[in-house]
Design a protein around this ligand. Structure first.
Ligand code: CP
Length: 318
């Protein structure tokens, strides 16, 4: 197995192919454990993991908490709404105070792109990016890769179509970077107003489409993304109904993909908008497999960054 030397996980863009495979392979071992009756290891016993989420979350926050506890760590959830952030304390001061409490890792979700990078440069505590603005969501990209590899047996050579609000999607960005690094063809598809300019520069295998039917043609993996209404501005979208009619994933559209194509969605789902509920709940959906994979992948990430943090702080060997 390749060595891992990152004391922070800030984005897929910082990872080599070897780093990505390190996480996926480690997650396989944790995945087996999470299916046993006694799901606990002690590798992070005595360590402290803090969840610091400035945006709402169900899957990511909960699975980091479950992952930390299954590794034996103490996990603390800090809610900015009830913390001294409401009194004007800055993000950096908040992180420094958590560091003073001897947190080994801080899992940070923040609406500002680059927030995890900003604080990581100024703390000895490991920072794990749990989603920053429209920038990156690296553990989502990793758990999606883990799910694809388990379902398809490989990632290299697959055609992965990602459809929806690409412009605001940190999931799309991390997925495009990661799939490209592992040799999949990545097709990004959405209305012109919801695809960033130069999106194809995310990787040599990335192509951009503005018709979902074209993007899905012959795909092995189809991932629908939510319209991020909280980040939309101006006239980016005519109407939700119009979007569902032209970009919604339904059975007729999915028929263009390979017969064994899998259907993915990072959640939360807006049923009947970006995806027909019958597909979300259907035989080809792996949406809840993605959620299950999130725990094993986040166990692998927490274990890896804390060990690398120990080496950085001179506490022990990797
Ligand atoms: N996929 C994802 O990030 O979901 P949550 O916002 O619920 O964490």
């Amino acid at each position: 197995m390749s060595s891992w030397s990152h004391r922070h996980l800030l984005g897929i863009s910082q990872l080599s192919k070897g780093d990505i495979l390190h996480v996926l392979d480690a997650a396989e071992r944790w995945f087996s454990l999470t299916r046993e009756e006694a799901k606990h290891a002690r590798v992070l016993q005595g360590r402290t993991v803090v969840n610091l989420f400035f945006e709402s979350s169900t899957r990511t926050r909960t699975s980091f908490e479950v992952a930390g506890k299954r590794l034996g760590a103490d996990v603390v959830n800090v809610s900015p709404q009830t913390s001294s952030v409401t009194k004007g304390e800055t993000l950096l001061d908040t992180v420094r105070n958590l560091e003073a409490l001897r947190a080994d890792a801080i899992v940070l979700r923040h609406p500002a792109s680059g927030a995890p990078d900003h604080v990581a440069a100024q703390t000895h505590t490991s920072i794990v990016n749990a989603g920053d603005g429209a920038h990156e969501h690296p553990t989502q990209g990793l758990l999606d890769a883990f799910t694809i590899r388990r379902k398809k047996g490989r990632i290299e050579g697959l055609v992965v179509a990602i459809c929806g609000d690409i412009l605001h999607s940190r999931v799309a960005r991390s997925n495009a970077l990661l799939r490209g690094a592992l040799g999949a063809e990545v097709r990004l598809c959405g209305p012109r107003t919801l695809v960033p300019r130069h999106a194809e520069t995310l990787g040599p295998t990335v192509r951009v489409f503005t018709r979902i039917e074209d993007a899905i043609e012959g795909a092995d993996v189809v991932m629908a993304l939510r319209i991020q209404n909280e980040r939309l501005s101006g006239a980016m979208l005519a109407s939700t109904r119009e979007y569902a009619r032209t970009f919604g994933l339904n059975a007729a559209v999915l028929a263009r993909a390979k017969g064994d194509a899998i259907v993915m969605h990072p959640g939360p789902i807006n049923r009947g908008v970006e995806i027909d509920p019958r597909l979300a709940d259907g035989d080809r959906s792996v949406i809840l497999d993605q959620v299950e994979a999130g725990v094993a992948v986040r166990m692998a990430v927490l274990d890896s960054v804390v060990r690398a943090g120990d080496v950085y702080r001179g506490r022990g060997a990797a």
